[in-house]
Design a binder for this molecule. Structure first.
Ligand code: SF4
Length: 323
């Protein structure tokens, strides 16, 4: 695996709400290497999607703001990049696919038109015939049978799994260096989920792009990712190569998540352990460690000082006073 293509450094993203400013992500740092699939995992509200929207500079306006930190894409900090420069990067060098394919596609336009528009946007000189050929080829590549006739269909005429494949095709049209996939399989049934995961791994190998894969499911991370960032309440709890995380998890939150994964060999009646308690509201974050109210190993110091992210092995960092 190559050098870092994207470095997020001490990023703080906030939202102005009626009851004041809240920090949705608070001083997070991680790296995405070339040709890597990096997973970002955590419960809903932990800041995964806000991280993705910060990288894309697509935070809802005017409430969402990047307060501080850097997002280095190659050697450019994209946090302060003028809008038109960011427009060139977004969709072109960094693309994103979202959870719900129906809302991300335009219901009134045929699939071929939507895909063709993306080609036209990124390659304005490409002739119409070529756009059509490239669109058909791309639909074929993402596993859509009979792509020529699918080009004439509307999003509601195809299944959820096929719609997600169309969105992947749209995201790939500009041959991005980085693809950010925000829970792309959550709305799909299990068989289709695993087909889409296989497809993403295959496309990563074929194209050499790097992927950030956002999910609440550690099982999905185990299947496709090289490295993983575990987020909790807007902070990085632990980050490590995937195999370390599964063999030797360190953060009590990661351990809790791992015991919540259903395993085939578990006796059927054995209950999965679920982490007790709730993620704290971003309006009422405790002093000290944000996991303290759910942590079976909490100590006095955990209540007063937030634990720093500490390197405990090569590429393995954890934010916890136990280490
Ligand atoms: Fe638990 Fe303390 Fe570690 Fe937080 S810092 S995870 S409360 S032991």
């Amino acid at each position: 695996m190559g050098s870092a293509i994207l470095k997020v450094k001490n990023l703080v993203t906030s939202f102005n709400t009626e009851s004041g400013r809240i920090r949705a992500i608070d001083d997070i740092s991680f790296e995405l290497k070339e040709k890597q699939i990096l997973g970002i995992v955590g419960e809903s509200g932990c800041g995964k999607s806000v991280t993705a929207l910060s990288i894309m500079r697509l935070l809802p306006k005017p409430s969402g703001v990047i307060e501080s930190g850097q997002i280095m894409f190659n050697h450019t900090d994209i946090v302060d990049l003028p809008a038109e420069k960011m427009h060139e990067i977004r969709g072109n060098r960094i693309s994103m696919i979202f959870q719900e394919p129906m809302t991300a596609l335009n219901p009134v336009h045929r699939i071929g038109k939507q895909l063709g528009e993306i080609f036209h946007l990124h390659f304005p000189d490409m002739p119409k015939e070529k756009i059509r050929d490239e669109s058909i080829e791309l639909l074929q590549k993402v596993g859509i049978p009979d792509p020529e006739s699918r080009m004439n269909e509307y999003p509601h005429q195809i299944s959820g799994g096929m719609r997600q494949r169309v969105l992947i095709a749209i995201a790939l049209a500009a041959k991005p260096d980085i693809l950010i996939a925000d829970e792309p399989t959550t709305a799909l049934d299990v068989t289709i989920q695993s087909q889409i995961l296989d497809l993403m791994m295959q496309l990563q190998k074929e194209t050499g792009m790097a992927i950030i894969f956002i999910t609440h499911a550690l099982g999905v991370i185990a299947e496709i990712c090289d490295d993983v960032v575990v987020m909790y309440a807007g902070k990085v709890a632990e980050t490590s190569p995937v195999e370390h995380l599964f063999e030797d998890p360190k953060h009590p939150y990661t351990k809790g998540l791992l015991t919540s994964i259903p395993r085939l060999e578990s006796p059927r009646k054995k209950k999965l352990s679920i982490i007790k308690g709730m993620v704290p509201s971003l309006h009422e974050l405790p002093n000290g460690c944000r996991f303290q109210n759910r942590c079976p190993e909490a100590m006095e110091i955990c209540k007063t000082e937030p634990p720093p992210l500490k390197r405990i092995a090569d590429n393995h960092f954890v934010s916890c006073y136990l280490y």
